[in-house]
Design a protein around this ligand. Sequence first.
Ligand SMILES: NC(=O)CC[C@H](N)C(=O)O
Length: 379
Amino acid sequence: MTTSTPGSRIPAVLVLEDGRTFRGRAYGAVGATFGEAVFSTGMTGYQETLTDPSYHRQVVVMTAPHVGNTGVNDEDPESARIWVSGYVVRDPARIPSNWRSRRSLDDELRKQGVVGISGVDTRALTRHLRERGAMRVGIFSGNALPDEGTMLAEVRQAPEMAGADLSAEVATKETYVVPAIGAKKFTVAAIDLGIKGMTPHRMAERGIEVHVLPATATAEDVYAVNPDGVFFSNGPGDPATADHPVAVMREVLDRGTPLFGICFGNQILGRALGFGTYKLKYGHRGINQPVQDRTTGKVEITAHNHGFAVDAPLDGPAETPYGRVEVSHVCLNDDVVEGLRLLDRPAFSVQYHPEAAAGPHDAAYLFDRFVSLMEGQRA
Ligand SMILES: NC(=O)CC[C@H](N)C(=O)O
C-alpha cells in the first residue's frame, strides 16, 4: 500500500452522488472507499467517533477544522477497530502532541486501511449535506485517478444506508461478560447491535454484571442469564430492518422485565410499540446536541450519532399494545423524538448516548434510572 503523510502530495478527490466533487490530498490509507457522507460536529473525541460501530459504512466529515492534534492513544477506542468507511478532514495535525499519544492519527488510519482525504473545505461540504441531505460518497486517492464519470458511476453503485441491515456485521459473535465493579447488585443481558465499550462500563460502575449477547440472541438466550434487566444497544443501519431484535424486545416487554435502550435500541423500542421510523435529512452527530428531558424540564447537552428517528406523537401519552407511552425527550434543535418512556411497564429508551464517549456527562442519570427500575422490580 502506498503511504500518505499529513503533508502528503498524493491527490485525492471526494465525489458525492449528486455529482459535486471536492479535491484534496490523501489522508490515511491510499485507495478508494464508499459510504454514506455524514458530518460530525464534535470538536474533540475523534477516536471515539472513529471506533463507534454505529458509523459502519459511513464516511465521516469532521466540521472541526483541526483533527489529529492529540494523536491516537490506547485508552479511548470504543471497540477493537475503526469502523468509519472513510474520513474527511480539513487540516490534519502535522505533529500530534499529548501525554497519552502513541502514534499519529494518519498512521493509525493507514495501519487500519481506512481511506481519508484532507485539505477539503469541510464547511462547504457540510453546508451541501445540510441542504441536500446525507448521500452516498466515494473518496479516491492515488497518483492515477479514474476520470470523474467513472468515479461517479462507482459511487452510484454503492449500497444506500436506507434498508441496510448491519448489526450482525459489527456485533460480537460470542457472549462475553463485563463484571460489576465492586459488589454485584444486578445482572443485565445487553443485546449487542454495535455496542460501544463505555456502555457496559457505565453499567458495571453501578454494580451491574453485564452479559453482552450477539445481535442474533433469542429471548431464550436473554433469559438464560437470569437478568434483572435487558439492554438494547446502539448500532449501524436502518432500524426498519431490525425485525429480529424487535421480536425479542416484544417478549421482554410481555414479561415486564426492566428494559433500557439507547440509539438503535430506542428505534427498536419505537418499532416494538408499533411506531414507524424514518430517515432524517442529515441526522444528528456530535457531542453538543441540546435535548430536553420532558419529565424534569431540564436541558442536557448530549452526544448523538443517528440518521434515523422514531415517528411518535409529541403531544401526550399514546396508547400502544404495551400500555401508554410518552415521548420523554426531544431535541431542541428540531423537535426530533429523543426518548420514549412506558407509563405502565418498566421500559424506556433514548436516541442519544448517555455513556458519554466522547461527550458531556449530562445524561449519566439515565443509567441510574435503569438501576431504579431494577430496584423497583425487586421491591
Ligand atoms: N448510533 C446508533 O445507534 C444509530 C442508530 C441508527 N443506525 C441510525 O443511524 O439512526
